[in-house]
Design a protein around this ligand. Structure first.
Ligand SMILES: Cc1cc2nc3c(=O)[nH]c(=O)nc-3n(C[C@H](O)[C@H](O)[C@H](O)COP(=O)(O)OP(=O)(O)OC[C@H]3O[C@@H](n4cnc5c(N)ncnc54)[C@H](O)[C@@H]3O)c2cc1C
Length: 398
């Protein structure tokens, strides 16, 4: 009997991780990616232990050696005066949670995943081919494909929609339109700044979170300290941007400087050092009523887009991939395996989605509520604050 065959829509971090996990589970995999060129884009990612443990097993972490940075702490600072509200020690992270906590560039992670995929005979990537629809039956699934003007088909034993927050597979599976995720009226402004343009404190091997009124700022060094990744998140009043503007909108530094004019000078001078800002509209969606139907399942942002306030978008996609591989290895009944995958993952992903939202609300408090938050952060101390992430970061051993 030949090995089962999975079709995957999307070669993002979720789709590539899923392909590797399925190949390990004995599946043949065809990935269809609508983009003609697999561009390695994006900015910094905080890769938490719950995800790095999975990438270690897939031999992806070792490919990131020299590109990743292990932070020694997470520092929380107050916007107006730069006071440190909390210092969470990460030196012990690997022992505490079971795998390293890493800072990486998204492009480096995607390249490492692509290299691992290229070495797997069982996986084929078809770039420039979009999944346009599907028919799922009792014996298999047929995906309708579009390559330019060509209309093609591919058949397999299951279809995994790893096609991102505006997932077509999700829209066809559950209805609601590909664009039903909503803009949360916040934008993330992102920049990479050369190390020689920033103050030495921005190069400390730590992840730094600044909390201010209706805004927060995150920065950390990347690529062995050659650059600093900066993300400034702002509340916005403007309407939702058009989908095609994602990732490509240039931000006006003067607008950013005005919004941060009351912040401590260390934050202002870091923002002023950036040469090129990109604006990223943040989107979110309520947890879905289901992730699977028959031989089709959703994974990653297609299943659970979330704001980045817990830094878990990529990590949760990687957790999905591991759970999918385990579930399909455990049974030859594909619909049952997909249902088991969703059952294993939904509660946790829903919680991460909810807690990401809650974190975002806490970050942007102002007035007495911000004062109370800051006092609580100080009273709690770094070690006890760190313990609040145990549920999220601790590696699951199966
Ligand atoms: C360009 C980009 C840059 C990002 N950079 C960062 C970052 O720097 N930091 C961070 O925290 N998060 C970033 N994210 C978000 C983060 O990477 C995701 O939360 C996480 O990786 C989940 O990935 P995913 O594979 O589920 O979805 P995505 O990363 O969105 O990947 C989905 C893939 O599916 C493809 N696709 C879409 N529709 C179809 C279709 N119909 N048929 C076939 N293929 C299709 C898309 O082209 C894309 O390659 C980025 C996302 C994108 C798309």
């Amino acid at each position: 009997m030949s090995e089962p065959h999975a079709l995957i829509a999307g070669a993002g971090i979720g789709g590539l991780s899923a392909a590797l996990c399925l190949a390990r589970a004995g599946w043949r995999v065809s990935i269809f990616e609508s983009a003609a060129v697999l561009e390695e884009v994006g900015a910094g990612l905080q890769l938490s232990p719950n995800a790095s443990a999975i990438l270690q097993k897939l031999n992806v972490i070792e490919r990131l050696r020299g590109f990743s940075l292990t932070p020694k702490s997470i520092r929380v600072r107050r916007a107006r005066d730069g006071a440190t509200l909390s210092l969470m020690p990460l030196a012990d992270a690997e022992r505490r949670w079971g795998a390293p906590y890493l800072l990486i560039h998204r492009a480096d992670l995607q390249r490492a995943l692509l290299q691992a995929v290229a070495e797997e005979d069982a996986i084929r990537i078809h770039a420039g081919v979009a999944v346009a629809g599907f028919a799922s039956g009792s014996d298999g699934v047929v995906a309708a494909l579009r390559q330019g003007l060509l209309r093609l088909e591919a058949s397999g034993d299951c279809l995994i929609g790893a096609d991102g927050a505006r997932s077509l597979v999700r829209a066809k599976l559950l209805g609601g339109g590909a664009d039903s995720a909503s803009f949360i009226k916040r934008t993330a402004w992102r920049a990479l700044i050369d190390a020689n343009r920033v103050a030495p404190e921005a190069l400390r091997p730590e992840s730094c979170l600044w909390l201010g009124r209706e805004a927060h700022l995150v920065h950390y060094p990347l690529r062995g300290g050659a650059v600093v990744n900066v993300v400034a998140v702002l509340d916005e009043s403007e309407a939702a941007p058009r989908p095609e503007e994602d990732w490509s909108r240039l931000g006006d530094p003067a607008v950013l400087a005005a919004r941060f004019s009351s912040w401590h000078k260390a934050a202002r001078s870091l923002l002023a050092a950036a040469q090129d800002w990109r604006k990223w509209p943040l989107i979110d969606r309520d947890p879905l009523p289901g992730w699977t139907a028959g031989r089709v399942a959703l994974l990653g942002d297609a299943a659970h887009p979330m704001p980045p306030f817990l830094g878990q978008g990529a990590a949760q996609a990687i957790e999905d991939a591991a759970a999918l591989g385990e579930a399909l290895q455990a049974t030859s009944d594909v619909p049952q395996g997909l249902a088991a995958y969703a059952a294993a993952r939904r509660e946790r992903a829903d919680r991460v989605q909810r807690e990401s939202r809650a974190q975002g609300r806490i970050y942007h408090l102002s007035g007495p509520a911000a004062f109370a938050r800051d006092a609580a952060l100080r009273a709690l101390g770094g070690e006890r604050l760190l313990a609040r992430y145990d549920w999220l970061y601790r590696v699951r051993r199966n």
